[in-house]
Design a protein around this ligand. Structure first.
Ligand SMILES: Nc1nc2c(c(=O)[nH]1)N[C@H]1C(S)=C(S)[C@@H](COP(=O)(O)O)O[C@H]1N2
Ligand SMILES: [Mo]
Length: 317
């Protein structure tokens, strides 16, 4: 047995020779049997491969791609998207967010659903995938700063959670809140003048629109912290700041609430914030956007290209 313990010089960690997904699934499977590396020896490679396949079918990632939301666009490079993040709780520097965000504790993660609902509830983020089937959707995301990306999110329509909470007729808006943990988020300490925690809001019809996603994953894996783990909003026809990350609370209210950026500069970041190439930001044009990985300059589309399904919400054909 000694040669199994003393690694030969050609030894490579399995993670380096097996595609990441297969590796993770196999590990999960072995762990579920209470087996470590010894399990590999006992079962043999073929049995492990078959068992890992079964376990992959049971695991939540990657989720089934919804063909309605996969138009065959070229995806933004995953590494670049994961190292170019707006998450002011950690840093104003997009490249610094990913390393700093790793200190965020994401388990347990209770989410409170409250306000004007028949069924207020608190559920943990880990329960979401059990209650609401996950699917993968490719969306464009357009930041108000005139950069854009195209990413595969994993999640479910926010409408499913709203239906479970049963809003009362008086509920006309939903408010969303991010965590309030300065001890884990240095930006919250450094940017003391900001009205933390980050908060956002949608009209009820916007929140109920099938495009509005609660995302728990990206690129076929659970969300990394810099993208808003464990659960964030994605509203693809609005500027990116509406897509609030790391949500801890949803509150149903009667009158139009404010939002974090609106409080700071209402003329630059209005509550509605629909992507519109014809309405310039006070300090720059919104006619074009830059793809973050290729630097391609792309013409910005009304509603970020989602006008066919959302323009009717705004009384436009
Ligand atoms: N809590 C929180 N959510 C947030 C932000 C933030 O600073 N804090 N930034 C927003 C902005 S401006 C954008 S463009 C997107 C960026 O998402 P990404 O980093 O996953 O690409 O997150 C949005 N959600
Ligand atoms: Mo943004």
């Amino acid at each position: 047995m000694a040669n199994l313990i003393v690694r030969p010089e050609w030894f490579l960690p399995e993670s380096r020779v097996t595609p990441e997904r297969a590796f993770q699934n196999r590990r999960q499977f072995l762990q579920s049997l209470g087996l470590g590396a010894a399990g590999t020896l006992a079962l043999g490679a073929g049995a492990v491969a078959r068992a890992a396949e079964k376990s992959a079918a049971g695991s939540k990632y990657p989720a089934r791609r919804n063909p309605d939301f996969n138009p065959g666009w070229r995806l933004t490079n995953e590494k670049i998207a994961g190292n170019y993040n707006n998450f002011y709780e950690f840093s104003l520097d997009k490249g610094e967010v990913a390393p700093l965000a790793q200190r965020l504790t994401i388990s347990p993660w209770p989410i409170e659903v409250t306000g004007l609902v028949e069924k207020p509830m608190t559920l943990d983020a880990s329960e979401l995938a059990e209650r609401f089937p996950l699917e993968e959707r490719v969306y464009r995301l357009r930041c108000v700063e005139a950069w854009a990306m195209i990413v595969p999110w994993t999640g479910f329509s926010l409408s499913k959670l709203i239906e479970a909470a049963q809003p009362k007729p008086a509920a006309k808006f939903v408010r969303f809140f991010t965590f309030n943990r300065p001890s884990e988020a240095p930006g919250m300490v450094r940017l003391r003048q900001y009205p933390w925690p980050y908060f956002e809001g949608l009209r009820m019809d916007e929140a109920m629109h099938p495009l509005t996603l609660l995302a728990t994953g990206i690129y076929g894996k659970p969300l990394p912290r810099q993208h808003g783990a464990p659960v964030r909003l994605v509203v693809p026809w609005k500027y990116g700041f509406k897509s609030i990350k790391s949500i801890v609370k949803l509150e149903f209210v009667q009158t139009q609430p404010t939002s974090f950026w609106e409080t700071l500069a209402a003329d630059e970041y209005p509550f509605e914030a629909n992507v519109n190439p014809k309405v310039p930001h006070p300090r720059w044009s919104q006619a074009f956007e830059r793809m973050i990985d290729t630097d391609d300059r792309v013409r910005t589309q009304p509603y970020n290209g989602y006008g066919d399904s959302v323009a009717r919400l705004y009384g436009k054909a």
